[in-house]
Ligand binder design. Sequence first.
Ligand SMILES: O=C(CO)COP(=O)(O)O
Length: 151
Amino acid sequence: MHYKQITLPANKSIALVAHDNKKPDIVRWCENHTEDLKKHTLYATGTTGTVISQATGLEINKLISGPLGGDQQVGSLITEGKVDFLIFFWDPFEPMPHDPDVKALLRIAAVWNVPVACNIISADFMVASPLFNQEFQRSVPDYESYMKSRT
Ligand SMILES: O=C(CO)COP(=O)(O)O
């Protein structure tokens, strides 16, 4: 795979997703970082977005609920370059009916070199990074050269 560099703007697009047992964690994390999050464009799967906006008043672009396809919508936004960071507090103790979608989302985030935080501590480190509010370079798959190599 060939990669190219893209420049992420200071204002990022951040996707917020949490399984039911992890919703209290993501709400607490958003409450602790409301001012940081206000500077960015936020997306969330349906129920996660609703509980976060109720608790914090943050403006969130809500997608479909995860089990109905929300994880896939986030994955699709990643491939379109519309999501720069993924905060995904997935539940390590419960199998989900949409486990294949969860796995697919985590895979596509790895493919597109998107930073992923899967718990409060990793999300805290992400926000604490000076890069959180700055432009920075990220390498992403070079789709044009990928297509050329296949045709
Ligand atoms: O199931 C989810 C992620 O896999 C999250 O979906 P909700 O935010 O709709 O609960």
